[in-house]
Design a protein around this ligand. Structure first.
Ligand code: BTN
Length: 247
């Protein structure tokens, strides 16, 4: 069982907490080093997208992990992080969230948090930077995303306390991280908290490939199982998943 020794560095402004932490990891930083910034000038999201990160509008956070689980189980790290964020939002803010595969946290079907896990090679071995962006206020994202995104302040009806949320997140990461050694626990907990785990009609966009089907569980390595029209089960390991309203 791996326990996390946490240390948090705080910055007013960084290009990206993930990029800065990758730099520190390549210089030998230890597992558990975390970074929080008040703003990011080049925040990054999944699939090479930008992550809008105005000052004070979001919780911009990254943590360095050096997992010892087999590499084919590393996709579970993002599922584990989503569980930890869900706990933190519940404990610090009283919010109940859904998880959209693999790791978007939703409140009322709108995105409230995104997670970007990036594997890197360092002199101390392979590591992963888990970057977490939680929308604290509506100004965390551009107005054109207002139908797709929401914020902690909108969901709570008042300004959230960033420090309390950060504390809850550090504690929940410490609780969930050791469970990576028990993949069944992670998959079962994730499936219990995600309306996307089973019976959801979805479209998956992965680069140029588009697939539609009904979700039917998660593999032990975190891949989403999708039953397509022919009845065949496809495994989804990458891409964007969108809920489709049955016609
Ligand atoms: C997504 O596309 O949903 C993932 C967004 C991840 C954003 C966070 S904010 C902190 C960390 N630093 C970054 O540049 N990105 C992640």
């Amino acid at each position: 069982m791996t326990l996390l020794k946490l240390k948090v560095l705080r910055f007013e402004s960084l290009p990206s907490t993930n990029t800065e932490l990758a730099r520190l990891a390549s210089e030998g930083a230890a597992e558990g080093l975390a970074i929080m910034a008040d703003e990011q000038t080049s925040g990054r999201g999944r699939l090479q997208r930008a992550w809008s990160s105005p000052k004070g509008a979001g919780l911009y956070f990254s943590i360095l992990l050096r997992p010892t689980i087999p590499p084919n189980r590393w996709p579970l790290i993002t599922l584990m992080a989503a569980l930890a964020v869900g706990d933190a939002l519940r404990e610090a803010c009283g919010l109940t969230t859904d998880i959209k595969w693999p790791n978007d946290l939703l409140s009322g079907e709108r995105k409230i948090c995104g997670i970007l896990a990036e594997a890197i090679e360092t002199p101390g071995g392979r590591a992963v930077i888990v970057g977490i962006g939680i929308n604290l206020t509506q100004s965390a994202f551009p107005a054109e995303l207002a139908n797709l995104a929401t914020s902690v302040s909108k969901a709570m009806g008042r300004e959230p306390e960033r420090e309390a949320l950060l504390d809850a997140l550090l504690q929940s990461l410490s609780r969930w991280y050791p469970l990576l050694g028990q993949p069944g626990e992670i998959v079962a907990a994730w499936s219990g908290r995600s309306s996307y785990a089973t019976g959801k009609l979805v479209q998956v966009n992965n680069g140029g490939e588009v697939m539609q089907g009904t979700t039917c569980g998660v593999e032990p390595d975190g891949a989403l199982r999708l039953r397509i029209a022919s009845g065949e089960i496809k495994l989804v390991r990458a891409g964007d998943v969108y809920s489709v309203r049955p016609s």
